[in-house]
Design a binder for this molecule. Structure first.
Ligand code: NAD
Length: 489
């Protein structure tokens, strides 16, 4: 494979929480792959900063094991791991105290490199870290910070967090990560929409019947029960990932593919979202796996809260009040312990205004399906004549828009979302990161919905393990003469 990756400028990346789950599962294996692709300049340094009392050698061993466990297919990387681990350093640091900070400041002193600080720690520590970066002279103009979700738990906390970060950093130094935006297909969606003449004229309420966004997971809350029960599907998935996808599918064409042009358009979509009426929302909690309750308990058991009213599933219908989309429903759905792991955006076009064919020829709708996982890809369902004799019968065939067959698979370099986004931070490209006002606007839309449930003491409906959520979710569509796309891998 010929790598088309362009090396980035020399950088120092400090990962606060460098021993944590996210760093070991995603960030460091991703950096290793970029190193193997020749994208990391020889001078680049990666500095883990966390609470554990480790030395450089201990940290390198920890990351060696993490890459073996989470690095995926490592064929072709033989002999590359040790030189990569040589790039790693470590400092034991106390985000809330003073321990380790002078050592870190010393490491960062006097370099001319790009400096990036990844806050891969609990959000409660963001302010402490930002404050200490400034105190120890590291929050200069060259510094970029990367912050992980959750970005607040409502408008008030998100505003406070934005304000704290703004005390030490300018907006163009803050990279709020949403890894959904780093996916190949999400970018392909923009290429398909704005690189072709074909779709944009049809991309509106006149030709689109409705749009569905589904992010279905098969996992339960796992070890995150305590956190998840305070959050729920609305805060954990809808306010960030699903809304970001909604923005990209619904936004007006930006004037340029540049950070603020794109983010301005996304923000307009969020601000045009209609409030959601309570009868347009279905909330659910998963039940235990029958006959295997010990291993796969129901939601309330998993979060150890028998009276929990937090949703592990949500589906809803909303609309966007602007000229392009007025009257077109957008259906959003996400949940845990569903039938299959699948993230998909579906644009369902309207019926042709008149059919020239016999009734029994069948009638079909064009459906554009943008699949984020698994099997990333974009397909367009087009109606053709069923080949062969027997008169005119219509069938749907999928047109593969990822052109996997047109492009040599050997020539396609797979890049994971985290890898792409970290490299964007180093390049200083904020296009695929959320701006502070976007995050606040998203909370401003979700807050009244959540407050409504709380005021009504709304109790989520139970749904079967491995299902598509409560039956009411199917009903949400059925009563409008529509149906959810099947959730399949
Ligand atoms: P984790 O609990 O596995 O790791 C936390 C890290 O923070 C550890 O390295 C720990 O040493 C460090 N830390 C804790 N207190 C500290 C202190 N006082 N001073 C210095 N370091 C301290 O957490 P995680 O799962 O890696 O998550 C990190 C962040 O990323 C969280 O904000 C989480 O919400 C977010 N996130 C995680 C995932 C994931 O898949 N794990 C996905 C999306 C977002």
């Amino acid at each position: 494979m010929v790598s088309r990756t362009i090396p980035v400028d020399p950088f120092d990346l400090v990962i606060f929480g460098g021993t944590g789950d996210l760093a070991r599962r995603k960030i460091l294996p991703g950096l290793f792959r970029r190193f193997c692709a020749g994208q990391m300049p020889p001078q680049a340094r990666i500095i883990g900063a966390a609470r554990s009392e480790l030395d450089k050698g201990g940290y390198r061993e920890m990351i060696r094991e993490a890459i073996a466990e989470f690095g995926g297919d490592l064929t072709g990387t033989e002999g590359r791991l040790d030189p990569f681990l040589d790039r790693l350093d470590y400092v034991a640091i106390d985000a809330r105290g003073e321990g380790g900070w002078s050592e870190l400041a010393e490491m960062m002193k006097g370099t001319e490199r790009i400096e990036a600080y990844y806050f891969s720690v609990a959000p409660a520590l963001f302010g402490d870290i930002a404050e200490r970066l400034q105190k120890w002279g590291m929050a200069d103009d060259r510094a970029r910070i990367v912050v992980e979700k959750p970005f607040g738990r409502d408008l008030e906390t998100a505003r406070a967090l934005n304000k704290t970060l703004a005390t030490y950093f300018n907006e163009d130094q803050i990279y709020r990560i949403d890894h959904y935006l780093g996916k190949e297909t999400v970018q392909n969606l923009m290429a398909v929409r704005f690189g072709n003449m074909l779709f944009e004229p049809l991309w509106n309420s006149q030709y689109v019947d409705h749009i569905q966004i589904t992010v279905a997971e098969t996992v339960g809350v796992g070890g995150r029960g305590e956190y998840y029960d305070k959050s729920g599907a609305m805060r954990d998935m809808v306010q960030n990932h699903l809304m970001q996808l909604l923005c990209l599918i619904a936004m007006e064409p930006p004037a340029r593919f540049s950070p603020d042009a794109v983010r301005d358009e996304k923000l307009k979509v969020i601000r045009a979202l209609e409030p959601v009426a309570s009868h347009h929302i279905v909330r659910g909690q998963y039940q235990a796996e029958p006959m295997n309750e010990a291993e796969n308990p129901g939601y309330r058991t998993a979060v150890e809260n028998p009276r929990s009213r937090t949703e592990s599933f949500i589906s809803m219908r909303t609309e966007i009040s602007n000229w392009r989309w007025a009257g077109t429903p957008f259906y959003l759905r996400t949940g845990k312990r569903m039938a299959a792991r699948s993230s998909e955006i579906t644009v369902v076009f309207k019926d042709t205004p008149h059919s020239i064919f016999e009734e029994d020829a069948g009638r079909h709708r064009n459906v554009l399906s943008i699949r984020l996982q698994p099997n990333e890809g974009i397909t367009l369902g087009v109606t053709i004549k069923e080949p062969g004799p027997g008169g005119m019968r219509l069938i749907d065939v999928p047109l593969d828009m990822t052109f996997a067959e047109a492009l040599d698979p050997e020539d396609i370099e797979q890049v994971d979302a985290y890898e792409r986004l970290i490299m964007d931070v180093i390049r200083g490209n904020q296009t695929l990161f959320m701006r502070g006002d976007e995050v606040e606007a998203a909370w401003a839309w979700t807050d009244p919905i959540i407050e409504g449930w709380e005021a009504r003491n709304d109790v989520p409906k139970p749904y079967d393990y491995g299902s598509n959520g409560p039956t009411d979710s199917e009903e949400l569509m059925r009563r409008e003469g529509r149906a959810w796309r099947e959730v399949s891998e």
